[in-house]
Design a protein around this ligand. Structure first.
Ligand code: HH2
Length: 290
């Protein structure tokens, strides 16, 4: 399966693609303030590309539970210089993590290829038009509620069926807005209006999303459900993140959104080599290229 993102075509039948998280924010849940300065952010983006990230996901507004909204001028001030600098890296694909059409439009102008919208193009009525006009790729993510309210009392009839049904509807709506089906990817939105039980049910039931026939993005890196499972604070969640990532890859997830690129690339390679259809590449005398 191909994921078409402007002039880039991502192969989603091969080894999983790692999407490195670049939060140009003062308040993100795990790395807030570390890359808030343009030079620090660009250096981190270069590092992640060198570590094997296929995609760099640049965000200027935190979506952690309870996060305060940021206005478009401030979001643009944070992300545009970073995208301009990173777009010069050969072969790298850049995504902009935003719910605002004005930010997405400028980010595409600055060199981004994908719009990663945690509201699945519902927050800003102009967003579908911006994605369609730019020929951009898009990640449609499920969220129940808004970042401010989403963890208050999330409830579902059947979390996997409900979220997969929602994403099927959003895929159809995006195409009605003129976005090519090959440009779309989906994401069940780990931690976005979900309890621990909801997150675990989703992560164990990825077949329901894969059945929708588009690349599946999973963002679980360092998230709070890992604290519930391991008792670890954010800084101690790498092992839990890698274990969960390997489970997602074993089920067929094609794109993994992560903070720790180098160990995640290794975990992807290993899980994919063991679990991919046809068995381990070493047995055929071929090396995987994740
Ligand atoms: N998670 C976060 C932000 N954007 N996008 C997609 N597609 N999937 C996700 O799971 C996802 C996302 C939250 O994580 P992070 O960016 O690390 O934190 P913050 O929102 O606090 O900046």
């Amino acid at each position: 399966m191909e994921w078409r993102c402007r002039d880039r075509i991502l192969d989603c039948d091969g080894p999983p693609l790692v999407m490195g998280i670049l939060n140009v924010t003062p308040d993100s849940f795990s790395d807030g303030g570390r890359f808030a300065d343009t030079d620090q952010a660009v250096a981190q983006g270069r590092r992640m590309a060198g570590d094997g990230a296929a995609i760099l996901d640049v965000g200027g507004e935190s979506t952690r539970p309870g996060a305060a909204p940021v206005d478009a001028p401030e979001e643009l001030r944070r992300v545009i210089p970073v995208i301009e600098a990173l777009a010069e890296l050969p072969g790298i694909v850049i995504s902009i993590d935003t719910m605002k059409a004005a930010v997405a439009r400028e980010a595409l102008r600055a060199g981004a290829h994908i719009v990663n919208d945690v509201s699945a193009l519902t927050h800003d009525p102009d967003m579908p038009g911006v994605v369609a006009a730019g020929g951009a790729g898009a990640v449609l993510m499920h969220m129940q509620g808004t970042p401010r309210t989403m963890q208050a009392a999330p409830a579902y009839r059947d979390v996997v069926a409900d979220t997969a049904g929602y994403l099927a509807g959003r895929l159809a709506a995006a195409q009605q807005h003129g976005i090519a089906p090959e440009a779309l990817a989906i994401d069940p939105g780990i931690g976005f209006g979900k309890t621990l039980a909801h997150n675990l049910a989703i992560l164990g039931g990825l077949h329901a999303y894969l059945a929708l026939g588009r690349p599946l993005v999973i963002g679980l890196s360092r998230k709070r459900f890992l604290e519930a499972l391991t008792g670890r604070p954010v800084a101690g969640r790498l092992a839990g993140s890698l274990a969960a990532l390997a489970c997602a890859v074993a089920q067929g997830a094609q794109v993994l959104r992560v903070h720790d690129v180098a160990p995640s690339v290794d975990a992807c390679r290993t899980a994919w080599a063991i679990m991919r259809p046809g068995g381990a590449p070493a047995a055929e005398g071929r090396a995987p290229a994740c």
